[in-house]
Design a protein around this ligand. Structure first.
Ligand SMILES: [Zn+2]
Length: 76
């Protein structure tokens, strides 16, 4: 597989955290993705995309248990 952005072939399977915005909050979802080591572009597997979608749906239905791990801060 080649990176469609930079054409590099250095693509590795990695655990990444995808950020899902939910109102003013950001929810991190750990998924496996193929990451281009040259430009950082991420390619999600079908499983990863399904997981992200299901988290998004559960968030909307307030069915997901989440844990606060940090805060989103805004400079004023
Ligand atoms: Zn690339």
């Amino acid at each position: 597989m080649k990176c469609v952005i930079c054409k590099s072939q250095d693509i590795q399977r990695k655990k990444v955290e995808e950020e899902i915005k939910f109102g003013m909050d950001i929810v991190l979802v750990a998924v496996e993705a193929l990451v281009c080591m040259n430009c950082g572009e991420r390619y999600y597997t079908t499983n990863a995309m399904r997981k992200i979608e299901s988290v998004r749906t559960k968030l909307k239905q307030k069915e997901l248990e989440v844990q606060e791990v940090g805060k989103v801060l805004r400079a004023i």
